[in-house]
Design a protein around this ligand. Structure first.
Ligand SMILES: *Cc1c(COP(=O)(O)O)cnc(C)c1O
Length: 355
Protein backbone atom coordinates (compact mmCIF):
# COMPACT_ATOMS: atom_id res chain seq x y z
CA UNK A 1 0.00 0.00 0.00
CA UNK A 2 1.01 3.65 0.06
CA UNK A 3 3.70 5.28 2.19
CA UNK A 4 1.23 7.25 4.29
CA UNK A 5 -1.17 4.37 4.82
CA UNK A 6 1.69 2.26 6.15
CA UNK A 7 2.49 5.10 8.51
CA UNK A 8 -0.88 5.46 10.13
CA UNK A 9 -0.44 5.36 13.87
CA UNK A 10 -3.08 3.12 15.37
CA UNK A 11 -4.56 3.27 18.84
CA UNK A 12 -7.16 0.50 18.94
CA UNK A 13 -10.07 0.53 21.36
CA UNK A 14 -9.63 -1.76 24.40
CA UNK A 15 -13.14 -3.16 24.33
CA UNK A 16 -15.43 -2.91 21.30
CA UNK A 17 -18.83 -1.24 21.82
CA UNK A 18 -20.28 -3.58 19.19
CA UNK A 19 -22.00 -6.07 21.57
CA UNK A 20 -24.19 -3.22 22.89
CA UNK A 21 -25.63 -2.31 19.47
CA UNK A 22 -29.12 -3.41 18.46
CA UNK A 23 -28.82 -4.00 14.70
CA UNK A 24 -32.57 -4.52 14.37
CA UNK A 25 -33.13 -0.83 15.20
CA UNK A 26 -30.56 1.41 13.58
CA UNK A 27 -31.37 5.13 13.56
CA UNK A 28 -29.58 6.99 10.73
CA UNK A 29 -26.21 8.39 11.76
CA UNK A 30 -26.52 8.16 15.53
CA UNK A 31 -24.48 5.06 16.26
CA UNK A 32 -20.77 5.37 15.61
CA UNK A 33 -18.30 2.55 15.05
CA UNK A 34 -15.34 2.00 17.38
CA UNK A 35 -12.70 4.03 15.55
CA UNK A 36 -12.11 7.20 13.56
CA UNK A 37 -9.39 8.34 11.20
CA UNK A 38 -7.74 11.75 11.49
CA UNK A 39 -5.00 13.66 9.67
CA UNK A 40 -3.90 17.27 10.01
CA UNK A 41 -2.53 19.67 7.43
CA UNK A 42 -0.27 22.52 8.50
CA UNK A 43 2.99 24.14 7.37
CA UNK A 44 2.14 22.89 3.89
CA UNK A 45 2.27 19.20 4.91
CA UNK A 46 0.22 16.37 6.33
CA UNK A 47 0.88 15.30 9.93
CA UNK A 48 -0.57 13.19 12.74
CA UNK A 49 -2.09 10.54 10.48
CA UNK A 50 -3.85 8.22 12.88
CA UNK A 51 -6.70 5.93 13.79
CA UNK A 52 -8.00 6.33 17.34
CA UNK A 53 -11.15 5.33 19.23
CA UNK A 54 -14.21 7.38 18.18
CA UNK A 55 -14.28 10.23 20.67
CA UNK A 56 -14.87 13.95 21.08
CA UNK A 57 -12.26 16.18 19.54
CA UNK A 58 -10.72 19.27 21.03
CA UNK A 59 -10.88 22.38 18.84
CA UNK A 60 -10.34 26.04 19.57
CA UNK A 61 -13.50 28.23 19.58
CA UNK A 62 -11.79 30.47 17.02
CA UNK A 63 -11.29 27.87 14.23
CA UNK A 64 -12.47 29.38 10.97
CA UNK A 65 -14.60 26.35 10.00
CA UNK A 66 -17.06 27.34 12.72
CA UNK A 67 -17.14 31.04 11.86
CA UNK A 68 -16.89 31.08 8.07
CA UNK A 69 -18.01 27.62 7.08
CA UNK A 70 -14.86 26.44 5.35
CA UNK A 71 -15.92 22.83 5.78
CA UNK A 72 -16.89 20.04 3.40
CA UNK A 73 -17.89 16.40 3.66
CA UNK A 74 -18.65 13.21 1.75
CA UNK A 75 -21.15 10.40 2.19
CA UNK A 76 -20.39 6.89 1.01
CA UNK A 77 -21.22 3.33 1.97
CA UNK A 78 -19.77 -0.16 2.38
CA UNK A 79 -21.92 -3.29 2.12
CA UNK A 80 -21.67 -6.81 3.48
CA UNK A 81 -20.78 -9.34 0.73
CA UNK A 82 -21.99 -12.95 0.43
CA UNK A 83 -18.60 -14.19 1.74
CA UNK A 84 -18.84 -11.95 4.82
CA UNK A 85 -16.27 -9.42 3.62
CA UNK A 86 -17.13 -5.76 3.15
CA UNK A 87 -17.42 -4.04 -0.25
CA UNK A 88 -16.86 -0.31 -0.72
CA UNK A 89 -19.06 1.23 -3.45
CA UNK A 90 -17.30 3.61 -5.89
CA UNK A 91 -15.00 5.00 -3.21
CA UNK A 92 -12.63 6.70 -5.66
CA UNK A 93 -15.54 8.80 -6.97
CA UNK A 94 -16.13 10.18 -3.47
CA UNK A 95 -12.42 10.86 -3.10
CA UNK A 96 -12.41 12.83 -6.38
CA UNK A 97 -15.55 14.73 -5.45
CA UNK A 98 -14.14 15.70 -2.05
CA UNK A 99 -11.31 17.39 -3.88
CA UNK A 100 -13.71 19.14 -6.27
CA UNK A 101 -15.48 20.51 -3.18
CA UNK A 102 -12.09 21.36 -1.61
CA UNK A 103 -11.06 23.38 -4.65
CA UNK A 104 -14.30 25.39 -4.59
CA UNK A 105 -13.87 26.07 -0.88
CA UNK A 106 -10.23 27.08 -1.37
CA UNK A 107 -8.84 24.13 0.61
CA UNK A 108 -5.74 22.12 -0.36
CA UNK A 109 -6.51 18.76 -1.99
CA UNK A 110 -6.47 15.69 0.26
CA UNK A 111 -3.93 13.19 -1.15
CA UNK A 112 -5.29 9.84 -2.31
CA UNK A 113 -3.01 8.01 0.20
CA UNK A 114 -4.65 9.93 3.04
CA UNK A 115 -8.26 9.57 1.90
CA UNK A 116 -8.24 6.06 0.45
CA UNK A 117 -5.39 4.72 2.62
CA UNK A 118 -7.07 6.01 5.77
CA UNK A 119 -10.47 4.73 4.68
CA UNK A 120 -9.21 1.23 3.85
CA UNK A 121 -7.37 0.98 7.17
CA UNK A 122 -10.43 2.20 9.07
CA UNK A 123 -12.76 -0.22 7.26
CA UNK A 124 -10.35 -3.05 8.00
CA UNK A 125 -10.55 -2.29 11.70
CA UNK A 126 -14.31 -1.70 11.90
CA UNK A 127 -15.62 -4.07 9.18
CA UNK A 128 -17.65 -5.99 11.80
CA UNK A 129 -19.82 -2.88 12.19
CA UNK A 130 -21.31 -3.40 8.70
CA UNK A 131 -24.86 -4.74 9.21
CA UNK A 132 -25.20 -8.33 8.09
CA UNK A 133 -28.42 -7.97 6.06
CA UNK A 134 -29.66 -6.66 2.71
CA UNK A 135 -31.19 -3.44 4.00
CA UNK A 136 -28.33 -2.19 6.18
CA UNK A 137 -24.92 -0.80 5.33
CA UNK A 138 -21.94 0.93 6.85
CA UNK A 139 -22.31 4.65 6.15
CA UNK A 140 -18.97 6.44 5.86
CA UNK A 141 -18.58 10.12 6.65
CA UNK A 142 -15.30 11.73 5.52
CA UNK A 143 -15.09 15.44 6.38
CA UNK A 144 -12.57 18.22 6.10
CA UNK A 145 -12.50 21.55 7.89
CA UNK A 146 -10.41 24.68 8.44
CA UNK A 147 -8.56 24.91 11.76
CA UNK A 148 -6.70 28.26 11.71
CA UNK A 149 -7.29 30.01 15.00
CA UNK A 150 -8.10 33.46 13.67
CA UNK A 151 -11.10 35.63 12.96
CA UNK A 152 -9.49 37.02 9.81
CA UNK A 153 -11.93 36.52 6.94
CA UNK A 154 -9.63 34.56 4.71
CA UNK A 155 -8.86 31.02 3.69
CA UNK A 156 -7.27 28.94 6.43
CA UNK A 157 -3.75 27.56 6.25
CA UNK A 158 -4.38 24.58 8.50
CA UNK A 159 -7.00 21.86 8.17
CA UNK A 160 -8.14 18.58 9.62
CA UNK A 161 -9.44 15.64 7.60
CA UNK A 162 -11.38 12.92 9.40
CA UNK A 163 -13.47 9.81 8.69
CA UNK A 164 -15.88 7.94 10.90
CA UNK A 165 -18.49 5.31 10.09
CA UNK A 166 -22.01 4.44 11.23
CA UNK A 167 -24.00 1.22 10.79
CA UNK A 168 -27.33 2.30 9.24
CA UNK A 169 -30.67 0.84 8.17
CA UNK A 170 -33.05 2.24 5.50
CA UNK A 171 -33.10 6.07 5.38
CA UNK A 172 -36.73 6.71 4.48
CA UNK A 173 -39.36 4.27 5.60
CA UNK A 174 -42.20 5.54 3.40
CA UNK A 175 -42.64 7.05 -0.09
CA UNK A 176 -42.10 10.80 -0.10
CA UNK A 177 -44.46 13.75 -0.37
CA UNK A 178 -42.43 16.58 -1.89
CA UNK A 179 -43.01 20.31 -2.10
CA UNK A 180 -41.70 22.36 -5.04
CA UNK A 181 -40.20 25.43 -3.35
CA UNK A 182 -40.88 28.72 -5.14
CA UNK A 183 -39.51 31.24 -2.59
CA UNK A 184 -36.20 29.87 -1.37
CA UNK A 185 -33.38 28.26 -3.33
CA UNK A 186 -30.78 25.70 -2.27
CA UNK A 187 -28.23 26.82 -4.77
CA UNK A 188 -27.50 29.16 -7.66
CA UNK A 189 -25.34 29.29 -10.77
CA UNK A 190 -21.86 30.38 -9.77
CA UNK A 191 -22.35 29.37 -6.13
CA UNK A 192 -20.98 26.34 -4.28
CA UNK A 193 -24.05 24.15 -4.95
CA UNK A 194 -21.99 21.54 -6.76
CA UNK A 195 -19.77 21.15 -3.69
CA UNK A 196 -20.68 19.18 -0.57
CA UNK A 197 -20.03 22.32 1.47
CA UNK A 198 -21.40 22.29 5.02
CA UNK A 199 -23.16 25.67 4.72
CA UNK A 200 -25.31 24.51 1.80
CA UNK A 201 -27.12 22.16 4.17
CA UNK A 202 -27.49 24.57 7.10
CA UNK A 203 -29.18 27.01 4.73
CA UNK A 204 -31.70 24.40 3.59
CA UNK A 205 -33.19 23.64 7.02
CA UNK A 206 -35.43 26.71 7.27
CA UNK A 207 -37.33 26.11 3.99
CA UNK A 208 -37.44 22.38 4.80
CA UNK A 209 -39.02 23.06 8.17
CA UNK A 210 -41.74 25.14 6.54
CA UNK A 211 -42.45 22.46 3.94
CA UNK A 212 -42.64 19.88 6.73
CA UNK A 213 -45.10 22.08 8.63
CA UNK A 214 -47.33 21.85 5.52
CA UNK A 215 -47.16 18.05 5.68
CA UNK A 216 -44.41 17.31 3.15
CA UNK A 217 -41.28 15.26 3.78
CA UNK A 218 -38.87 16.92 1.40
CA UNK A 219 -38.37 19.90 -0.88
CA UNK A 220 -38.00 19.85 -4.63
CA UNK A 221 -35.55 22.66 -5.33
CA UNK A 222 -36.11 24.84 -8.37
CA UNK A 223 -33.59 27.07 -10.10
CA UNK A 224 -32.88 30.29 -8.17
CA UNK A 225 -33.55 32.73 -11.04
CA UNK A 226 -37.00 31.79 -12.29
CA UNK A 227 -38.12 29.00 -9.94
CA UNK A 228 -39.03 27.15 -13.08
CA UNK A 229 -36.60 24.29 -13.61
CA UNK A 230 -36.27 21.42 -11.14
CA UNK A 231 -32.82 20.86 -9.69
CA UNK A 232 -32.75 18.35 -6.85
CA UNK A 233 -34.86 16.95 -4.06
CA UNK A 234 -33.56 17.50 -0.53
CA UNK A 235 -29.98 16.26 -0.65
CA UNK A 236 -30.76 13.85 -3.48
CA UNK A 237 -30.75 14.10 -7.25
CA UNK A 238 -34.15 13.97 -8.88
CA UNK A 239 -35.48 11.76 -11.66
CA UNK A 240 -38.85 11.34 -13.35
CA UNK A 241 -40.25 8.81 -15.78
CA UNK A 242 -42.32 10.73 -18.32
CA UNK A 243 -43.84 8.77 -21.22
CA UNK A 244 -41.49 5.88 -20.35
CA UNK A 245 -38.40 8.07 -20.70
CA UNK A 246 -36.15 8.48 -17.68
CA UNK A 247 -35.59 12.23 -17.44
CA UNK A 248 -33.20 13.96 -15.05
CA UNK A 249 -31.97 17.57 -14.87
CA UNK A 250 -28.62 17.95 -16.59
CA UNK A 251 -25.73 18.80 -14.28
CA UNK A 252 -24.65 22.41 -13.74
CA UNK A 253 -22.76 24.41 -11.11
CA UNK A 254 -25.91 24.62 -9.00
CA UNK A 255 -26.35 20.84 -8.75
CA UNK A 256 -24.45 18.18 -6.88
CA UNK A 257 -23.15 15.47 -9.22
CA UNK A 258 -24.46 12.44 -7.37
CA UNK A 259 -22.68 9.12 -7.69
CA UNK A 260 -26.03 7.37 -7.24
CA UNK A 261 -27.43 9.52 -10.09
CA UNK A 262 -24.55 8.42 -12.32
CA UNK A 263 -24.99 4.77 -11.29
CA UNK A 264 -28.75 4.88 -12.00
CA UNK A 265 -28.08 6.33 -15.46
CA UNK A 266 -25.51 3.58 -16.20
CA UNK A 267 -27.94 0.86 -15.14
CA UNK A 268 -30.91 2.40 -16.98
CA UNK A 269 -28.94 2.57 -20.25
CA UNK A 270 -27.72 -1.00 -19.69
CA UNK A 271 -31.38 -2.07 -19.29
CA UNK A 272 -32.28 -0.39 -22.58
CA UNK A 273 -34.30 2.39 -20.95
CA UNK A 274 -34.34 5.71 -22.82
CA UNK A 275 -32.54 8.35 -20.77
CA UNK A 276 -32.58 12.14 -21.15
CA UNK A 277 -30.39 14.58 -19.21
CA UNK A 278 -31.84 18.00 -19.91
CA UNK A 279 -33.66 21.02 -18.49
CA UNK A 280 -36.85 19.83 -16.86
CA UNK A 281 -39.42 22.43 -15.85
CA UNK A 282 -41.86 22.00 -13.01
CA UNK A 283 -44.71 22.93 -15.37
CA UNK A 284 -43.73 20.13 -17.75
CA UNK A 285 -43.90 17.71 -14.83
CA UNK A 286 -47.26 18.88 -13.46
CA UNK A 287 -48.86 19.07 -16.92
CA UNK A 288 -47.66 15.57 -17.75
CA UNK A 289 -48.73 14.39 -14.27
CA UNK A 290 -52.25 15.81 -14.83
CA UNK A 291 -52.48 13.69 -17.99
CA UNK A 292 -51.24 10.62 -16.11
CA UNK A 293 -47.99 10.59 -18.07
CA UNK A 294 -45.63 10.76 -15.12
CA UNK A 295 -45.41 7.16 -14.03
CA UNK A 296 -42.66 7.74 -11.47
CA UNK A 297 -40.60 10.34 -9.68
CA UNK A 298 -37.80 9.53 -7.29
CA UNK A 299 -34.84 10.96 -5.49
CA UNK A 300 -31.48 9.20 -5.53
CA UNK A 301 -28.51 9.47 -3.22
CA UNK A 302 -26.16 7.36 -1.14
CA UNK A 303 -28.13 7.56 2.10
CA UNK A 304 -31.58 6.79 0.67
CA UNK A 305 -30.49 4.97 -2.53
CA UNK A 306 -33.79 5.26 -4.47
CA UNK A 307 -36.54 7.21 -2.70
CA UNK A 308 -39.91 6.98 -4.49
CA UNK A 309 -42.02 10.16 -4.53
CA UNK A 310 -45.79 9.67 -4.42
CA UNK A 311 -46.97 13.23 -4.07
CA UNK A 312 -45.83 16.54 -5.50
CA UNK A 313 -47.09 19.88 -4.20
CA UNK A 314 -46.71 22.90 -6.48
CA UNK A 315 -48.45 26.29 -6.37
CA UNK A 316 -51.13 25.14 -3.96
CA UNK A 317 -52.03 21.95 -5.84
CA UNK A 318 -51.07 18.36 -5.13
CA UNK A 319 -50.29 15.82 -7.81
CA UNK A 320 -50.36 12.12 -7.00
CA UNK A 321 -48.06 9.54 -8.52
CA UNK A 322 -48.45 5.76 -8.62
CA UNK A 323 -47.64 3.72 -5.50
CA UNK A 324 -44.41 1.80 -5.47
CA UNK A 325 -44.68 -1.58 -7.21
CA UNK A 326 -42.34 -4.15 -8.74
CA UNK A 327 -43.06 -3.11 -12.33
CA UNK A 328 -41.74 0.45 -11.90
CA UNK A 329 -38.43 1.27 -13.55
CA UNK A 330 -37.16 2.82 -10.33
CA UNK A 331 -37.85 -0.44 -8.53
CA UNK A 332 -36.00 -2.50 -11.16
CA UNK A 333 -33.05 -0.11 -11.33
CA UNK A 334 -32.93 0.13 -7.53
CA UNK A 335 -32.94 -3.64 -7.18
CA UNK A 336 -30.12 -4.00 -9.71
CA UNK A 337 -28.07 -1.29 -7.98
CA UNK A 338 -28.65 -2.84 -4.59
CA UNK A 339 -27.66 -6.29 -5.90
CA UNK A 340 -24.38 -4.90 -7.27
CA UNK A 341 -23.64 -3.32 -3.90
CA UNK A 342 -24.30 -6.54 -1.96
CA UNK A 343 -22.30 -8.63 -4.43
CA UNK A 344 -25.39 -10.40 -5.83
CA UNK A 345 -25.17 -8.99 -9.37
CA UNK A 346 -22.24 -8.92 -11.79
CA UNK A 347 -20.12 -5.81 -11.19
CA UNK A 348 -20.00 -4.70 -14.84
CA UNK A 349 -18.40 -1.33 -14.19
CA UNK A 350 -15.93 -2.30 -11.43
CA UNK A 351 -17.78 -0.28 -8.82
CA UNK A 352 -16.96 -2.48 -5.84
CA UNK A 353 -13.73 -2.67 -3.91
CA UNK A 354 -13.64 -5.60 -1.54
CA UNK A 355 -11.84 -4.64 1.66
C1 LIG B 1 -24.71 14.04 -1.62
C2 LIG B 1 -25.77 14.74 -2.40
C3 LIG B 1 -26.45 14.11 -3.45
C4 LIG B 1 -26.30 12.65 -3.78
O1 LIG B 1 -25.01 12.27 -4.11
P1 LIG B 1 -24.58 10.75 -4.01
O2 LIG B 1 -23.18 10.72 -4.47
O3 LIG B 1 -25.48 9.98 -4.88
O4 LIG B 1 -24.75 10.37 -2.58
C5 LIG B 1 -27.35 14.86 -4.18
N1 LIG B 1 -27.59 16.15 -3.89
C6 LIG B 1 -26.96 16.78 -2.88
C7 LIG B 1 -27.25 18.21 -2.63
C8 LIG B 1 -26.04 16.10 -2.10
O5 LIG B 1 -25.43 16.69 -1.08
Amino acid sequence: MSIVADNISINAIKESRLPGVDFSKLPFGKIFSDHMFSAEFYNGQWHDVKIVPYEKILVSPSISAIHYGQAIFEGMKAYIQPDGRVGLFRGLENFKRLNISAERMCMPPVPEEIFMGGLRALLNMDRKWAPNDLTGSLYIRPFYFATDETLGVKSSESYRFMIFTCPVGPYFTEPLRCYAETTYARSFEGGPGYAKAAGNYGASFFPLKQAQAKGYHQIIWLDSKEHKYVEESGAMNLMAVIDNVLVTPKLSSSKLAGITRDSVLHIAKHMGIRVEERDLSITEIVEAASKGKVSEMFGCGTAAQIAPIIQLGYNGKDYHLPERNDSLLSYKIGKYLSDVKYGLEKDLWNWMEII
